[in-house]
Design a protein. Sequence first.
Length: 409
Amino acid sequence: MDINVGGTRRDYLSLCHIAHTQRRGCTSPATGKRLMKYRFFTLLLICISISWQANASVCANWPLWQDFTSRFISADGRVVDHSTAVKQSTSEGQSYALFFALVANDRHRFEQLLNWTNNNLADGDLSAKLPAWQWGQRHDGSWGILDDNAAADSDVWLAYVLTEAGRLWREPRYSATGKLLAARILREETADLPGLGRALLPGPKGFHPEPTLWRLNPSYVPLQLITRLSTIDPAWKTISATSLRLLLDTAPKGYAPDWVAWQTGRGWQTDPKGGNKGSYDAIRVYLWAGMLPSGAIGQKELLARLAPMAQRTAELGYPPRETDTINGTTRDTGSTGFSAAILPLLASRRDTLTLDAQLTRLIAQPLDTRPEAYYDHVLTLFGTGWHDGRFRFMPDGRLVAHWEKTCAP
């Protein structure tokens, strides 16, 4: 057991070892026997107590998640980005928090988050309407939806999390909503791009600015999630294939772009708004790729393609904040959230030296020094949560939560 509850793993094992050694040493005289038995049972009770506490910790204790809930989640389940003037909540924030609540086996918080999302972003019915992406304070001081367009990345995460919550917590209501949401994403947030195939658009409106041009976002297509949805609905298999092509083809120098365009007859083009830059969106591409398990679709190819980002992090001692995907140059220092996000990629490459350097950077610059850095907190929950073994993905996309075998759902 690797959980530290009032002591280290070595403390726990040492106590148990002493207890069993004392038991073997109870030979004579009678008084010695009674003393040894007393010591043995005392130490055994301590072992049992530590074991029970450790198990309880596995089931309920994730300090970083608890810190996130206290900083960013209101009592009614709204994830608040305090760094924005409108104190916005986004469908992305809600979907990520739902994932973390599932990983933490925090059923009560999950229900709060889901209810707020359903009631405030989807007119009370997630199975019938894609959630609006942005909610916050309006110019007149009232609160409500600021932009009713949906965001496909958060919708995919919502469909996935609901599907997995239904399976892990044995709750058919979650599974049914997830399946309906996945079907609606296919109908409203995908398009058949000539020469590419059916692909996931970033949202239902605004990403097809010209008859022959579509804007896409590589960080919106975590392959493990899409693979899982394709086991529920085979129509997602085409999305999986075009998503892998998007990820591989748009990082020719090993750096993912924030945005990219597809044009009929010309293929991949520089995004008309974002250019060749890879930064705050693109960092998630490395995060999702690093968390792919061995044997997953695209895992080997992606690790090979994105190797330059890992190598550049090793050279600099930190991930760059911005990259140029065409010429392969980098600039500026990425935040510690970037360091957390790169951990799975470094671990998958078995680059322990660079991995340790990023962990040291995280310790040296703790999140509590930036209490309103919502995105850094999110990236750190993903990166360190995976690194600490709190969750994994199976090759078919199923979520493996650390509490599954030790805690009641």
